[in-house]
Design a protein around this ligand. Sequence first.
Ligand SMILES: [Zn+2]
Length: 119
Amino acid sequence: MVGKAEPMHEMIVAQNVLAAILDEASKQSAKPTAAKISCGKLNVINDEALRFAFGAIAKGTSCEGVELEIEHKPIRAHCKNCNAEFDVENSYLKCPKCGSDDYELLPDAPLLLEEIDFQ
Ligand SMILES: [Zn+2]
């Protein structure tokens, strides 16, 4: 494709994360040093690209130098037979609790700001 490049997905995510951390930092009047975010496996985020984008836009803010930890959560499923919820790993084709294969996949985990460490 030729033309103007779309803004990277990671840049948009980085902007949202930065805004959320800055908001919390001003509430606590503290300087953040590290933050942890999580997202579902289907939410394709490149860790390196996100860290790079975050580092770039955090320059000059109180988030400069904040370490970002990114956790990718597994996809969850709900067993229609026993109501158990479980992680879908490649090896799980059945409910680990009752052995039923009558289950539905739950929506991918949203992008979440899990915690912020302050100085
Ligand atoms: Zn079950």
